[in-house]
Design a protein around this ligand. Structure first.
Ligand SMILES: *Cc1c(COP(=O)(O)O)cnc(C)c1O
Length: 373
């Protein structure tokens, strides 16, 4: 099975081999020095408290690509709607992907991106899987840095709130044939992200139902693509109507599907499922693993955790802490899990492990990985 999974993309690539050569020749991302900047004539007033992802900054970065002309010059311009052909294959066949990372303002007022090259390489990996063209990761990061610099007043003056960066890469191929896109658009938008650190006591609740699968072997569970996120939400909404689950629970579920899950067990073990193609290789996940392994204070394992193991561990009170990790909330403690009509309770309060990890991005724990302005 392992071989089958790795064999698939290879076959795929060889089918496109001739085109691939042409594409690779044209794949040099236009350099950041070619960046064209058109500033917005009127800047928005910055709101105080906003729901995550609803208010965007004044500017956006766009870079167009076509098979005939390659990458165009990157363009920073006032935030505006996109104009898309109604046949474009990102809308019909989901040929698209995204990234998410943050820029923080430290006590020293300097801006720092949290391990951004890891996002660039994950994005390149998703692009390969989606048959979207390759790009120069360093040049893209430099263009993003310029965009953040232009909209830097939007980065909150707080060591916990931040500015969220959302690179998006879509096929703009204007035809219905299922094929490798001949046109694509890479764009980056920015929005404020509030402080999640103060709400660490507010544990979230999860709903698990074996009827639904978000990712499967041989699928795209390890690539950051929209399809990973939309279907469970729809199903949850449907379920909510049917089972009349409380609104709060539903809302919180939306959140956790964009997270990796960790268990801190009573025998001093921090465990999370391994990266086997189904789990998204979260950068927060990776940072937690690297950090806790460096501490050497408890066992840190990547191993399979089945629902029945989790159920019995919870019932036998062997779980000290349970939390999700992801850029949006960093760490969210999990309070309850609704599973097959049963409410499983974590019961523990947020303790040692979480408290230390919560200070992850603001304390320059990863100075070598942080990208300063
Ligand atoms: C983005 C994402 C995560 C978290 O990844 P980070 O790099 O830590 O933000 C986890 N799961 C899914 C499905 C995601 O899309």
């Amino acid at each position: 099975e392992q071989q089958e999974r790795t064999a698939l993309p290879t076959i795929h690539a060889s089918l496109y081999f001739k085109k691939e050569i042409i594409i690779i020749l044209l794949c040099v991302f236009n350099q950041a020095v070619d960046l064209v900047v058109q500033l917005s004539p009127a800047l928005k007033t910055k709101p105080h408290v906003v729901d995550f992802g609803t208010v965007f900054t004044d500017h956006m970065l766009t870079v167009e690509w076509s098979v005939t002309e390659g990458w165009q010059a990157p363009f920073i311009r006032p935030l505006a709607n996109l104009s898309l052909h109604p046949a474009c294959s990102s809308l019909h066949y989901g040929i698209q992907l995204f990234e998410g990372f943050k820029v923080y303002r430290g006590d020293d007022s300097r801006l720092r991106l949290f391990r951004p090259m890891l996002n660039m390489s994950r994005m390149a990996n998703s692009a390969k899987r989606a048959c979207l063209p390759a790009f120069d990761q360093t040049e893209l990061l430099e263009c993003i840095r310029r965009l953040v610099e232009i909209d830097q007043d939007w980065v909150p003056r707080s060591d916990s709130a931040s500015l969220y960066i959302r690179p998006t890469f879509i096929s703009t191929e204007p035809s219905l044939g299922v094929k490798r896109p001949g046109r694509a658009l890479l764009y980056v938008i920015l929005c404020q992200a509030g402080s999640y650190f103060n709400s660490e006591a507010d544990a979230i609740s999860l709903w698990a139902d074996p009827k639904y699968t978000r990712a499967w072997k041989g699928g795209t569970g390890d690539c950051k693509m929209g399809g990973l996120h939309n279907s469970p939400q729809n199903q949850v909404l449907h379920q909510r109507v049917q089972e009349n689950i409380s609104k709060k629970l539903i809302f919180l579920l939306f959140l956790i599907i964009s997270n990796n899950v960790f268990l801190f067990l009573i025998e001093e073990e921090l465990a999370t499922p391994p990266l086997d193609g189904i789990i998204l290789p979260g950068i927060t996940r990776r940072s937690i693993l690297e950090l806790t392994r460096k501490w050497g204070e408890f066992k840190v394992t990547e191993r399979y955790l089945t629902m029945s193991q989790l159920c019995s561990a919870l019932k036998q009170q062997q779980v000290k802490e349970m939390f999700g990790s992801g850029t949006a909330c960093m760490i969210c403690p999990i309070g309850h899990i609704v599973y097959l009509g049963e409410v499983l309770q974590d019961g523990s309060t947020v303790s040692f492990c979480l408290h230390q990890i919560l200070t992850l991005p603001s304390n320059d724990i990863f100075p070598v990985f942080c990208y300063f302005f």
